[in-house]
Design a protein around this ligand. Structure first.
Ligand SMILES: C[S@@+](CC[C@H](N)C(=O)[O-])C[C@H]1O[C@@H](n2cnc3c(N)ncnc32)[C@H](O)[C@@H]1O
Length: 347
């Protein structure tokens, strides 16, 4: 039996559910084994609702059992990137809080058969949703060197991405890479310098997992959906485990809290500046005592923000996603070099 020890449990629950919303509608976008969901349920009133989402069929089995014993719970088996659509099918268009505990669960890593771990032998799968999509082995069997390199570099921030990609393609020409230990072996024989305390395949496995599960695309969609759904005064709480995710969450919240920043170089009247749609941004890290009892908590970063009463801009919450926000900034830079000099510059 594989278990999951929830990270930053009290901090997340207090963050997502203030005392004045105990009757509300909440979303747990990453049910896992229900640690956060159960803690939230114990705080909520009998009239509240909790929609729990996960894309992993094993997590969904646990969620369905919970829903049997607690009528406040509704289960959705889908990617959290489909949150808007899934909730709309339930007739829900606004919520009182959303929590996301990103990445993989301990049961997914600890069960060798899921193919996430370079320490345990198993089929090279790595899909969180085992009912759809390409496995890691299927992808590695056909992707070009450049594509493999790009994924390992971008999502693993791995220095030896090109060498690893070439080694994978050379190896598969004679023997397909079908198991986790086969892939770990190919990477270990290519990356000879180890980072302290890290297996040489750590970065490559992280990168392929992010690619196979489209994790950053899903995160973009979930952030956009969350901001669209939150009622005034409602909170979002997001736990990230690596810098790629945390950067997106941080920049998204910052852009929504300071929408005027994208227009900073544009001469524009102060009264016309866009107003914040998120406020009270908070960052919470794990304490030493939590890390001592759960080493997987060591890289966790929880970010919490509160929805303001300001309406979303015409283009919607999407415009606060880091790449979109930077595009607006670039656009305004172009504009600002043209002549609108009668208007006041903001910065
Ligand atoms: C860190 S675990 C969550 C643990 C949970 N908070 C608990 O206390 O038991 C992450 C969970 O999110 C799920 N997950 C990750 N990405 C997802 C996505 N895009 N859509 C739906 N579920 C996702 C995984 O399948 C996994 O079960």
């Amino acid at each position: 039996m594989f278990t999951h020890q929830s990270v930053l449990l009290n901090e997340t629950i207090e963050g997502v559910c203030p005392n004045d919303r105990l009757d509300g509608v909440f979303v747990d976008g990453t049910f896992g084994r229900g640690g956060h969901a159960n803690a939230l349920l114990s705080r909520l009133s009998a009239n509240a609702r909790l929609i729990v989402i996960d894309q992993d069929p094993q997590a969904i089995e646990v969620a369905l059992a919970l829903a049997q014993s607690d009528s406040r719970v509704t289960v959705v088996h889908a990617g959290f990137g489909l949150m808007l659509e899934s909730l709309s099918q339930l007739g829900i268009t606004a919520v009182d809080g959303v929590m996301l505990d990103l990445g993989v669960s301990s049961p997914q890593i600890d069960d060798g058969a899921r193919g996430f771990s370079f320490m345990r032998d198993g089929p090279l799968d790595m899909r969180m949703n085992t009912t759809q999509g390409q496995t890691a082995a299927e992808w590695l069997a056909e992707a070009e060197v450049e594509e493999i390199k790009g994924v390992i570099k971008r999502y693993g921030e791995e220095r030896f991405a090109l060498q690893i990609a070439k080694a994978i393609v050379a190896r598969r020409a004679t023997n397909p890479i079908n198991t986790t230990l086969e892939l770990a072996g190919v990477v270990a024989s290519t990356v000879r310098t180890r980072e302290k305390g890290q297996h040489p395949a750590t970065r490559t496995f992280q990168a392929i997992r992010i690619h196979v599960n489209r994790e950053l695309e899903e995160l973009d969609l979930a952030l956009e959906a969350t901001l669209t759904l939150l009622k005034t005064g409602a909170n979002m709480a997001v736990i990230s485990f690596h810098s790629l995710e945390d950067r997106v969450v941080k920049q998204f919240m910052a852009a929504a809290a300071r929408p005027e920043a994208a227009l900073a170089r544009l001469p524009i009247r102060e009264s016309e500046l866009p107003q914040p749609v998120l406020t009270q941004l908070k960052r919470v890290l794990t304490s030493d005592s939590e890390i001592n009892t759960n080493t997987r908590a060591r890289s966790a970063v929880l970010r919490i923000a509160t929805r303001t009463a300001t309406e979303l801009p015409e283009k919607g919450a999407k415009q606060f996603l880091p790449h979109a926000f930077r595009a607006v900034e670039r656009q305004t830079l172009k504009h600002s070099s043209s002549k609108h000099s009668t208007l006041k510059r903001v910065r």
